[in-house]
Design a protein around this ligand. Structure first.
Ligand SMILES: NC(=O)c1ccc[n+]([C@@H]2O[C@H](COP(=O)([O-])OP(=O)(O)OC[C@H]3O[C@@H](n4cnc5c(N)ncnc54)[C@H](OP(=O)(O)O)[C@@H]3O)[C@@H](O)[C@H]2O)c1
Length: 336
């Protein structure tokens, strides 16, 4: 594979750290590696593949001579994404900043890698819950158009980055010690609680996280006719998002057919054996790259209605793995 000069923006964060781990696991080809973050972490040392790298503050000069920049730096995307692109760096971005922009392909390699052909130097990774949902639904969508999606998510605290993780750890310790908790990252105490509120409020009392699942799914599948409604909930789980997904299809898809099709689909593992208490769970999915599907059953009242329970590691398949898969597709198809 072609070797690139690579920069990881947000290398000290939850997604950035996982990007480095996955690059090493998959022997991702690079010539030079630059690790970038904010001023806060500049100078920190990170060991990677037997070498020690000093984290640098991200500036507009950080991208000179860089072929590929993997952005997982939160506000850095808005500040430097377009600057890097203008310098000729191909940007793969994990934030929501560019996802719905017309010149930016929004890509899940198992679903729409064809969209990469038209890239103009900036490619967006979809929202983690959206990636997980479309990987599970696309194989079914290929059999029959999906008319309706009702999804409720159970999202891990690491979806809010390293601070989200630390907040749950701290609050769990505080509760055990009988101490008072002090929510900072989340609007309420997350330990021993659920919070039906992720990201900011939008029209009609939906949250931005919920509307990302609607608009991003429409863009990835190039189908704005799917009637999607989402409820996104933060739960006191450290890692891996779960989703209860209900679909109505135009043509009937039996649970048996769904199991068979999903079992042979790229990136999907069916875990669906109720008699043996086998179903997807965050503790089983964490640290892996696949999307797990179980509890597949038909709606007892609505024709062509199907229920699924879907779980995946959102830091990996919902962010870092998806970004690396996009980079690998670019290299394989000479698009970088
Ligand atoms: N966590 C997930 O499950 C997940 C899933 C999908 C997408 N994403 C997206 O991925 C991105 C990173 O999320 P995360 O969860 O990894 O967050 P995180 O753990 O909070 O890490 C944020 C990273 O961004 C860096 N950073 C912050 N401000 C910066 C700036 N102005 N310039 C350069 N670097 C800056 C931080 O560096 P310092 O160490 O210097 O603070 C840190 O390395 C976000 O856009 C997020 O929405 C996250």
């Amino acid at each position: 594979m072609k070797k690139l000069n690579v920069a990881v923006v947000g290398a000290t964060g939850a997604v950035g750290q996982e990007i480095l781990k996955i690059m090493a696991e998959r022997d991702f080809p690079y010539k030079n590696l630059k690790l970038l973050a904010s001023q806060r972490s500049a100078g920190t040392e990170i060991n990677y593949n037997g070498a020690t790298y000093k984290v640098e503050e991200t500036t507009e000069h950080s991208f000179d001579g860089v072929d590929l920049a993997l952005f997982a730096g939160g506000p850095a995307s808005r500040a430097f994404g377009r600057i890097a692109q203008k310098k000729g760096t191909v940007v793969i971005d994990n934030s929501s900043t560019f996802r719905l922009e017309k010149d930016v392909p929004l890509v899940v390699p198992e679903v729409n890698s064809h969209a990469l052909k038209e890239h103009q130097g900036l490619i967006a990774n979809p929202n983690c819950s959206t990636i997980i949902m479309v990987v599970a639904l696309y194989p079914l969508y290929k059999i029959s158009k999906i008319k309706r999606i009702i999804v409720s998510t159970y999202q891990a605290v690491s979806g809010a980055g390293k601070e989200g993780l630390e907040e749950l750890e701290l609050q769990n310790r505080q509760l055990l010690a009988g101490e008072k908790t002090n929510p900072i990252t989340f609007p309420y105490q997350i330990a021993a609680n659920l919070i039906p509120h992720i990201d900011v409020w939008m029209d009609e009392n939906y949250t931005k996280e919920e509307m990302k699942m609607v608009y991003e799914t429409h863009k990835i599948l190039s189908d704005s006719d799917i009637a999607i409604t989402a409820t996104t909930v933060r739960v006191p789980v450290y890692r891996s998002h779960s989703e209860s997904i209900y679909i109505e299809t135009e043509e009937p898809i039996s649970p048996e057919m769904a199991r068979e099709v999903l079992a042979s689909s790229r990136g999907v593992i069916v875990q669906d054996d109720p008699q043996n208490n086998l179903y997807p769970m965050p503790i089983l999915a964490s640290g892996t790259d696949e999307v797990y599907v179980g509890r597949i059953r038909k709606d007892l009242f609505v024709p062509n209605g199907l229920n699924l329970w879907v779980v995946a590691d959102q830091i990996r398949k919902g962010a870092a793995t998806n970004a690396i898969q996009i980079a690998e597709e670019l290299i394989k198809n000479n698009l970088i």
